[in-house]
Design a protein around this ligand. Structure first.
Ligand SMILES: Cc1cc2nc3c(=O)[nH]c(=O)nc-3n(C[C@H](O)[C@H](O)[C@H](O)COP(=O)(O)OP(=O)(O)OC[C@H]3O[C@@H](n4cnc5c(N)ncnc54)[C@H](O)[C@@H]3O)c2cc1C
Length: 410
């Protein structure tokens, strides 16, 4: 048995590092354990709108930044079907190593243990984490930041969960798959697909120029249940590229992406807290989370520090309750419900309706669509933006938004 910590964090991904850094800043006695060392490089590439990081004073953590940011919502047929929408908003990719390093620096020299949690139990005032090594770690409260697959977090079963799936290649190509210095958020052009494929769940290209003849291209399914198989995404990516006369010359890295978009919110009455994927913090409309981690960690850490310092007799269940109240406060829960409603509707859209929806969405004022995607609009504003989007949409999209496509006439 090790010395009791105030807070024990499970995981060493972006969520764990963000929350540990903030807890340490609050002066708490923090320990963390994860199946892998905290400085082992993360496997994913994380993208974010640059303004989100500027507002946090962290824009220097971007490894790549693009100002030429566009999307395509036409069908690709003829010049009119290939007109890009210019976002006029900078997008970036984190310099993974720098993000990890800067967070670890803020974590200081807390005890990081390479251990796999196997069982969690609540003993008296404390929580015990029993690891596969047999070691037991004790804390006043535990935060599970072990990702969306966590077996420890209780959440209601609302049936099948929609997943974002993507297959991507960082590599060299026979010709540039996107323009010089360009970032493509969504290329929904579909003229490379057969008629039957147009009836299948839609996918889009997410792509960027890394410079020096290296590009990242990724075929993405926004959300689908069951998820689109990676083999299908791979086929579609190659079909899309070859339709434009582009072939892969060299693969430097392959990305396989699969994560839940509408994981139900955790039961907020459990004595275990969570953060990140385990706490269903992925944005249900976009799949993004890292900006939310950076924005939401300080309030959770402050709340825990206040409770731990001022009420030394609180047990794990009471401390966790204080944490859940901040992490998923009523306003954030309502916003999450609206996003989940929107996602359910979008998942029922065929590709033509989806293209039409997004073309309208990006005609919203920039502060509205970017605030929607970052989940930074207060509830009342989010409702106004959604109503505005409805009023701007063609009838076909409006009907889909109200009834879902199965119930409407397409
Ligand atoms: C391929 C991919 C690309 C993505 N791209 C973006 C993006 O561009 N922008 C964005 O904002 N979001 C993106 N996401 C979504 C989301 O931000 C990531 O899934 C993110 O990695 C989740 O962070 P996390 O720390 O909650 O979990 P993870 O990153 O999954 O980390 C979990 C940690 O817990 C540890 N662990 C697991 N089980 C145990 C256990 N039993 N005991 C101890 N330790 C354990 C693991 O070793 C790991 O360290 C992407 C996701 C994927 C899969």
């Amino acid at each position: 048995m090790t010395k009791r910590a105030d807070v024990l964090v499970l995981g060493a991904g972006p969520a764990a590092l963000c929350i540990v850094a903030e807890l340490v800043e609050q002066g708490l006695a923090v320990q963390a354990l994860a199946s892998q060392a905290p400085d082992k490089p993360w496997p994913n590439t994380y993208g974010i709108w640059a303004e989100e990081l500027e507002e946090l004073g962290m824009a220097s953590l971007l490894g790549h930044r693009w100002s030429k940011t566009v999307s395509y919502f036409g069908n690709g047929l003829g010049p009119a079907g290939s007109v890009p929408i210019e976002h006029n908003f900078d997008y970036g990719l984190f310099d993974q190593a720098e993000l990890q390093k800067s967070l670890l620096l803020r974590c200081g020299d807390i005890g990081w243990f390479v251990e796999t949690a196997q069982k969690i139990q609540f003993q008296g005032e404390n929580t015990e984490v029993i690891c596969s090594s047999g070691k037991i770690y004790t804390a006043r409260v535990v935060i599970d930041a072990s990702g969306h697959r966590s077996p420890f977090i209780r959440r209601p079963d609302h049936g099948p969960v929609a997943q974002q799936a993507a297959y991507g290649i960082v590599g060299r190509f026979s010709a540039p798959p996107v323009e010089n210095e360009q970032f493509v958020l969504m290329d929904f052009r579909s003229n490379h697909l057969h008629k039957d494929e147009l009836k299948e769940p839609p996918t889009f290209l997410y792509a960027m120029d890394f410079g020096k003849d290296v590009f990242f291209v990724e075929e993405t399914s926004l959300a689908c249940s069951p998820p689109l198989p990676l083999a299908k995404l791979k086929r579609r990516l190659h079909a899309r590229l070859s339709h434009r006369g582009v072939y892969v010359k060299e693969i430097l890295h392959e990305e396989h992406c699969l994560f839940p978009m509408n994981l139900p919110l955790p039961d907020r009455n459990q004595a275990l807290l969570a953060f990140g994927g385990a706490a269903s913090m992925v944005h249900p409309a976009s799949g993004y989370m890292v900006g939310a981690l950076l924005r939401r960690a300080p309030a959770l850490a402050k709340q825990l520090a206040k409770a731990i310092e001022t009420e030394p007799t609180l047990n794990s269940a009471s401390l966790a309750k204080r944490g859940w109240q901040v992490l998923w406060n009523p306003e954030l829960i309502q916003r999450h419900r609206l996003y989940q409603f929107g996602l359910r509707r979008l998942m029922s859209f065929d590709e033509a309706r989806l293209r039409s929806f997004f073309a309208t969405f990006f005609r919203l004022p920039k502060e509205d669509w970017s605030g929607f995607l970052a989940n930074t609009l207060p509830l009342h504003r989010l409702v106004i933006v959604m109503l505005r989007l409805f009023s701007m949409s063609p009838w076909k999209v409006r009907i889909g938004m109200v009834f879902g496509v199965q119930k409407s006439l397409s």
